[in-house]
Design a protein around this ligand. Structure first.
Ligand code: HEC
Length: 203
C-alpha cells in the first residue's frame, strides 16, 4: 500500500472498543472441539456394536438375531429348547419357570426337574400327572395332560435339557435317544400317573 493511500485513510481511534472484554478462548478452539465431538460421535455410532436394523433386517433386535444364529451341539439344543418350552409349557409354568399360583407348580428349583436321573421327569410330559404332587414341600392337587407326548423326541429332549439348566437349575442334558428309549417303554395310550406312582418309579 502506498503512503499516499495510507494517509488518506481515517486514523483508527487509539482504543477501538473501550468497553469490550476480550475472550480468552479463541473461537477456533471451540469450533475444533465441536468438530472432534461430532466425528467421535459418528465413529462410536459405526463401531460401537449397536444393533443396526438396516443391517440385520428382518430381525428386530439383537436377542432375536441371537436366537436364529446357527449354533451347534448343546447350545443349539438349549436355544431350541427355550423356544419350544415357551410355546408348549411356559403358558402354565411361566417363562421364568416360577409356576403360577392355581395353575402350575414351579420348575425352577423343583426336585422333579433337577433329579440326577430324568426317567421320572420324562414321564411327566409323556404320560401326564393326575392328582397330588409335592413340589418343594408344597402340595399341588391338579392335573397336567401329556403336554409333551406329541412332541418329537429331539424337541422334548431339548425342552427337558432347557428346564434342567435354566433359572439356577443345574442338571445333566437329556438327548433325543433318551426320550426315544423311555417312550418305547410306554404303551400306545399310557394312562396319566399320580404323583405317588411317579415317586415310586426309579429316578
Ligand atoms: C395346561 C398347563 C400346563 C402345561 C401347558 C404344562 N404343565 Fe406341567 N404341570 C401342570 C400342573 C397343573 C402340574 C401339577 C400336576 C398335579 O398337581 O398333579 C404340572 C406338573 C409338572 C411337573 C412336576 C412338578 C414340578 O413343578 O416340577 C413338571 C416337571 C412339569 N409339569 C413339566 C412340564 C413341561 C416340560 C411342560 C411342557 C412340555 C409342561 N409341564 C406343560 C400344568 C401344565
Amino acid at each position: 500500500m502506498s503512503d499516499e493511500i495510507k494517509s488518506s485513510l481515517p486514523t483508527p481511534p487509539a482504543d477501538p472498543q473501550p468497553g469490550a472484554v476480550q475472550s480468552n478462548l479463541p473461537i477456533w478452539i471451540v469450533v475444533l472441539t465441536l468438530i472432534l465431538v461430532f466425528i467421535g460421535g459418528l465413529y462410536f455410532d459405526q463401531h460401537g456394536g449397536w444393533f443396526k436394523a438396516q443391517v440385520y433386517g428382518p430381525y428386530a433386535s439383537a436377542d432375536q438375531l441371537e436366537l436364529y444364529q446357527p449354533k451347534s451341539g448343546a447350545a443349539a439344543a438349549l436355544a431350541h429348547g427355550k423356544v419350544v418350552y415357551e410355546q408348549v409349557c411356559g403358558l402354565c409354568h411361566g417363562v421364568d419357570g416360577l409356576g403360577k399360583p392355581g395353575q402350575a407348580p414351579p420348575l425352577a428349583g423343583s426336585e422333579w426337574v433337577t433329579s440326577a436321573g430324568f426317567n421320572r421327569l420324562a414321564h411327566i410330559p409323556l404320560v401326564g400327572v393326575n392328582g397330588g404332587i409335592k413340589v418343594q414341600g408344597k402340595d399341588w392337587n391338579m392335573a397336567m395332560a401329556a403336554m409333551g407326548a406329541a412332541l418329537p423326541d429331539a424337541d422334548l429332549a431339548s425342552v427337558l435339557t432347557y428346564i434342567r439348566s435354566s433359572w439356577g437349575n443345574k442338571a445333566s442334558e437329556v438327548t433325543g435317544d433318551d426320550i426315544h428309549r423311555i417312550r418305547g417303554t410306554l404303551g400306545t395310550h399310557p394312562a396319566p400317573m399320580s404323583g405317588d406312582q411317579m415317586s415310586a418309579m426309579p429316578e
